[in-house]
Design a binder for this molecule. Structure first.
Ligand code: 1CP
Length: 379
């Protein structure tokens, strides 16, 4: 299929998505958004701390339940099935790019997808989060975990990456992602979300050699998984260590940092990497030590102050409180301005939330937030 002015080479099944994509939206018109080379994109330049015409913005969980189209799809298709249908996953990935005008897409999936191939029975319960029916309890469970070949175990996600890249061409870059070994371990051990991580910490602190075997396996899987995504076309990576903030600085340093550092060393050369964690403002220096071109922070700390502590030899991502998007335009605007001011116009700031978009967020508030970031940061 040939579309005038757009250089893509797409197969028949992909053309369905492509037509949908072209029909919904006219070409993006924000300042300098029509670069033909991905390398020139504001988001990728900000990852390298190069000056940009405005601050790029995207949102964690930008393709999710707050979008009407997403809810429509989910009424027909279960979450895991959606993740495993490349055409649909690509469609969902593209929704926020065209609807909201964000500066990057993130491939639709979940941090827990690679765990299935390792031998874990994964379910997503309605209205809630993930549930693992066979959580890890001891040595045998850990030894049984398989190291995955991403091409065999998550081919659907790699295919979705290929489709999205063909549709987007060089206009908007695509971010790939993985959970960090600690955050993945916490789901494997707790069996789902946890308030206190008692079981995870028990294994980590009392069964050191088992913890090491588990973390080694998860490190290897994370490296393979992220490399495979780069190989298929993602232009940046985000490592989610969402629950690292439940740890003390010394436990993070001793039992988590070495594994995250190895992941980042082994994949960070292939694409710019954003290292995100929540609740870690007390040990940001250790997050930096683990690595990343850009450090993603939550809203519990002042972005300017955090950047000063981190040092300006890394970029920073964040950090609007997701709840602010449930308020009014005035409040959103004021918060956006505060964050931009605290970043002080320095190259290397990527605007984002401090955690994922809440499902009850009005979509028009997200669009307004994205516009506000572009408007106030224009230079
Ligand atoms: O439709 C539904 O009911 C499913 C809700 C949902 C969605 C939309 C889940 C279940 N995952 C996702 C998508 C998802 N998850 C993406 C897609 C790309 C995007 O738009 O950002 C990404 C990057 C994730 C990553 C993810 N999953 C993380 C790390 C990011 C974060 O929010 O900290 C974590 C911790 C998960 C686990 C998970 N999967 C789903 C839920 C509701 C959760 C969190 C559960 C918990 O609190 O423990």
């Amino acid at each position: 299929m040939k579309v005038p002015g757009i250089e893509v080479d797409i197969s028949c099944s992909e053309s369905v998505i492509f037509c949908w994509y072209v029909r919904r939206m006219e070409p993006v018109t924000e300042p300098n958004r029509n670069n033909s080379m991905a390398e020139e994109n504001v988001f990728l330049r900000a990852c390298r701390r190069e000056p940009t015409e405005y601050t790029p913005v995207w949102l964690m969980r930008q393709a999710g339940r707050y979008l009407e189209e997403y809810r429509d799809i989910r009424r027909k298709v279960a979450f895991l099935e959606l993740c495993k249908s490349p055409d649909l996953a690509a469609e969902v990935t593209l929704l926020p790019v065209r609807k909201l005008g964000v500066d990057a897409a993130i491939i639709f999936g979940d941090i827990l997808l690679p765990l299935e191939g390792m031998g874990i029975h994964l379910e997503f319960v309605k209205g809630g989060g993930p549930l693992i029916r066979n959580p890890i309890r001891g040595r045998e469970d850990i030894e049984r975990l398989r190291i995955i070949e991403p091409e065999e175990e998550v081919p659907f996600l790699l295919k979705a990456i290929e489709i999205v890249r063909r549709v987007l061409g060089g206009s908007v870059p695509l971010i790939g992602f993985s959970g960090a070994p600690f955050t993945l371990a916490s789901y494997l051990i707790e069996g789902g979300h946890s308030e206190d991580y008692v079981k995870t910490k028990g294994l980590m602190l009392e069964k050191n050699s088992l913890w090491h075997i588990l973390m080694e396996k998860l490190t290897e899987v994370t490296i393979r998984y992220m490399r495979a995504q780069v190989h298929r076309g993602v232009q940046a990576l985000q490592l989610f260590d969402t629950w690292a903030g439940c740890l003390s600085p010394w436990d993070y340093e001793a039992h988590v940092l070495p594994y995250s550092r190895r992941v980042i060393q082994e994949v960070g050369e292939q694409a710019p990497l954003i290292h995100f964690s929540a609740g870690t403002s007390g040990f940001l220096h250790l997050i930096k030590e683990a690595g990343g071109d850009v450090i993603g922070i939550d809203w519990r700390t002042n972005l300017g102050g955090a950047w000063e502590r981190l040092g300006y030899d890394v970029g920073i991502q964040g950090n609007l409180d997701p709840s602010v998007l449930l308020t009014s335009r005035e409040v959103i605007e004021a918060h956006v301005r505060k964050i931009l001011e605290s970043a002080g116009n320095r190259p290397g700031h990527i605007f984002n939330l401090g955690h994922g978009v809440l499902p009850e967020t009005p979509e028009e508030h997200v669009t307004f937030m994205v516009e506000s970031v572009h408007r106030f940061s224009g230079r």
